[in-house]
Design a protein around this ligand. Structure first.
Ligand code: HEC
Length: 463
């Protein structure tokens, strides 16, 4: 083969598709890690007040808020590792490319992360024995290092969606400071401080203080949620710099995505309105139930936001360079000629399930080309999507996959692969009978080949 396409071991996640598995771990991680950042800033601020004689602030800093920060950066770290563990199983090649391109920047991120962990732990463990200056320095260092690890990882992650000048060969820094770098950094920073404010409202409510003094602490903590007012600006900025086709899906082109945008925006607006109008302007008190409810809303908004960000990249994991199927555009063209399965060294786990070689081939084609975003019977079930379709409808739509939906990559196989996949799907729709006729009509294959030629191998969206 002219191109050595690396085939990594394949994993199956049952009815969950790969994207959902990453999404689930990712959302938890982002929530915890962002809280750990904002929590550090909030502690730093309250420690300053405590040192100037505010006894309630002292009580707050020494209470269990700091335990929560500790727990969240420990779990943030663990889920972070879980995240890489999951992503290398699902998209080994994407992670490989990221490591290749950003090796030292990634190392830099890890250095900041280590500083964050050391400073945070040192404060937690030895804070009570240190003098004021040392305490504040340690907290300042913790908060800054936590934010710096966001700074560095944000460049690498935003590069996936908007590689920008990196695509024109302008190198690592152009990729790092890519078009969506600043809006997503500001957005995430605002989320981090807001989360910290909301958790603080819950914690303060549990403190043994008179109502008035609690209200005073809450008013101070809720200032950290004020940046939420700027979030619409960062969100619009983000929308403005992402690729045109991604933007159109978010804004109505793909209703599930649009709905998640709506959920994220709606939940953030509710939180913002409550915090700014209710707590800061009208000086309402907030009880533990309301604070918890707002925090849950914030979790929902984070989850929806991450879903949208990940989804907006389709059909790529690195825009313009690597498809969600872990193939490059050049490899797609190559596989059109050789067929999708010739180089795939892995047998099917459920090979015996398929009564004929053609159906087995169809299942393999499905595994290499579709199962990044579809399952057969679970989430985004391919069998359900085509259940009502005629044979030719399937052949045409799969051959012209990138035109069927612009967020799917071009079909990376030959006409026999399309037909094998169509037969496999028909067989599944028919309820997996024990015998199934081979489909070998040369006219059918020739027609599919014409469709494949017509549609070509370019993706629909530009950059
Ligand atoms: C990058 C992710 C991705 C990949 C890879 C992918 N799809 Fe899809 N596909 C989607 C999404 C998202 C939808 C939309 C589902 C919906 O509208 O409910 C979809 C929809 C479809 C539909 C229904 C289209 C319609 O208009 O109703 C078919 C058929 C389909 N895909 C076939 C395939 C086949 C066959 C493959 C593999 C050769 C594949 N897809 C690979 C993401 C993908």
């Amino acid at each position: 083969m002219a191109l050595a396409i690396p085939y990594y071991p394949v994993n199956e996640f049952g009815p969950l598709m790969k994207g959902l598995v990453i999404g689930g771990v990712g959302i938890l991680h982002v929530f915890l890690a962002q809280f750990a950042i904002g929590g550090g800033m909030l502690l730093y601020y309250f420690e300053g007040r405590a040192q100037r004689g505010d006894a309630d602030a002292r009580k707050f800093v020494d209470g269990y808020f700091r335990v929560l920060v500790l727990v969240s950066f420990v779990f943030g770290a663990l889920t972070g590792v879980a995240m890489w563990f999951t992503t290398i199983q699902v998209g080994a090649r994407t992670i490989g490319l990221m490591v290749d391109e950003f090796h030292w920047l990634w190392a830099t991120e890890w250095v900041w992360f280590s500083i964050e962990v050391c400073a945070g732990y040192a404060f937690y463990r030895f804070g009570s024995r240190l003098d004021d200056r040392a305490r504040r320095s340690l907290l300042g260092l913790y908060a800054f290092a936590a934010w710096m690890s966001l700074f560095w990882i944000n460049g690498i992650l935003s590069w996936q969606l908007t590689p920008g000048g990196w695509l024109d060969g302008n190198g690592m820094w152009a990729g790092f400071f890519n078009p969506s770098f600043w809006p997503s950094l500001f957005f995430r920073t605002a989320v981090a401080t807001t989360l910290a404010a909301l958790v603080a409202c819950v914690v303060i409510n549990t403190m043994d203080l008179p109502r008035e003094r609690k209200a005073e602490l809450i008013r101070r903590a809720s200032r950290f949620a004020a940046p939420i007012a700027l979030m619409p600006i960062f969100a619009l900025w983000f929308l403005a710099v992402i690729p045109e086709d991604s933007r159109t899906w978010l804004l109505g082109g793909s209703l599930p995505m649009t709905m998640f945008v709506g959920v994220a925006a709606g939940a953030s607006m509710l939180i913002g309105a409550y915090v700014i109008v209710g707590i800061m302007i009208k000086r309402l008190t907030i009880n533990i139930a309301t604070a918890t409810l707002l925090l849950v809303l914030a979790f929902g908004a984070t989850a929806a936001g991450e879903f949208v960000r990940e989804g907006a990249r389709k059909p790529f994991t690195v825009r313009g360079v690597l498809y969600s199927t872990s193939l490059t555009p050049a490899e797609v063209a190559h596989l059109r000629v050789t067929g999708a399965t010739v180089g795939d060294p892995y047998p099917l786990r459920d090979e015996a399930r398929y009564p004929t070689a053609q159906l087995q081939r169809g299942a393999k084609v499905f595994r290499v080309l579709c199962d990044a975003c579809h399952t057969k019977h679970g989430s985004n079930s391919l069998v359900e999507l085509v259940r009502t379709w005629t044979d030719d409808q399937m052949r045409l739509n799969i051959a012209k996959l990138q035109r069927t939906k612009g967020f799917m990559p071009p079909f990376a196989g030959n006409a026999e692969d399309v037909e094998a996949l169509v037969q496999m799907l028909k067989w599944e729709v028919a309820g997996t009978p024990r015998s199934w006729p081979a489909s070998a009509d040369p006219a059918v294959v020739a027609q599919i080949a014409r469709w494949l030629d017509e549609v070509g191998t370019s993706p629909m969206g530009g950059r």
